[in-house]
Design a protein around this ligand. Structure first.
Ligand code: DCP
Length: 229
């Protein structure tokens, strides 16, 4: 047993050393899922895709569809659940050295909740309650993050991709909505004028087609994995 404990002591720091967390951020249909799939195929990285299937079906209800139909009534409902599912992802344990996840509790709050509120679609009291929850969580729960990969797109590109992918709930999304989300992302991750940055940011232009994007991910692989060192 002394040999085992010696091995454990040697391995423990190595494990912590490589326990790296990366968030992939970007507008709706910016290609986050494709990016995550690419890295899960080509590197020893564990990927956590967004729990969007949960947002479309919680005990038989579809809060995502409800939010798009009537944001004033259902925005709080969806965003409360998004916040829970994100927290669940952030705190789940993993064996992998590097873990990449789609979006984060930060963009849920700084981008989507902020957008609902600023556009007048979320009552102030709903915004206040969500903000209290967010502040409590980020003060009392450790949310590890080493790097944010921002897939930067033109909102028109996202609009075109959205129309092609034809997710039922998203048929009502106008270009203006994607423009608003884009500006909030740029303020946060590029201009850095709105909210605190929890980690350094790597910007990857993401208007290209799938093949183009795979080349770009390849070019950036070293820089992304360097966050693990
Ligand atoms: N959504 C929301 N509020 C959040 C997070 C997401 O209203 N806090 C909505 C926006 C989309 C849907 O959920 O309609 C799915 O979100 P994503 O854009 O993150 O997922 P995609 O599948 O569109 O990402 P990509 O195409 O980049 O892979």
């Amino acid at each position: 047993s002394s040999l085992i404990s010696r091995i454990a002591w040697i391995c423990l720091p190595i494990h912590f050393f490589y326990d790296t967390h990366i968030f992939v951020e970007g507008n709706i249909a910016s290609g986050k899922t494709t990016c995550l799939e690419y890295f899960s195929r080509t590197s020893d990285i564990e990927v956590l895709t967004e729990p969007v299937s949960k947002w479309r079906n919680v005990r038989g209800h579809n809060p995502l569809a409800l939010m798009y139909q009537d944001p004033e009534r259902w925005g709080l409902t969806l965003q409360t659940y998004v916040q829970l599912t994100m927290l669940d992802r952030h705190t789940s344990t993993t064996e992998a050295a590097v873990r990449m996840m789609e979006r984060s509790i930060f963009s849920a709050k700084y981008i989507f909740v902020e957008n609902l509120f600023r556009s007048g679609k979320m009552p102030e009291v709903d915004f206040a309650v969500l903000s209290e929850w967010f502040d409590w969580i980020t003060t009392n729960v450790s949310i590890p993050v080493d790097l944010i990969v921002y897939l930067q797109t033109d909102p028109e590109t996202c609009h075109r991709r959205l129309k092609q992918r034809c997710r039922e709930e998203e048929k009502v999304i106008p270009l203006e909505y994607l423009q608003a989300i884009h500006e909030l992302y740029e303020d946060w991750l590029v201009r850095r004028t709105s909210f605190p940055l929890p980690a350094p940011v790597l910007v990857i232009p993401a208007d290209g087609n799938r093949q183009n994007m795979e080349l770009k991910y390849e070019e950036n692989r070293e820089q992304i994995l360097a966050a693990a060192k």
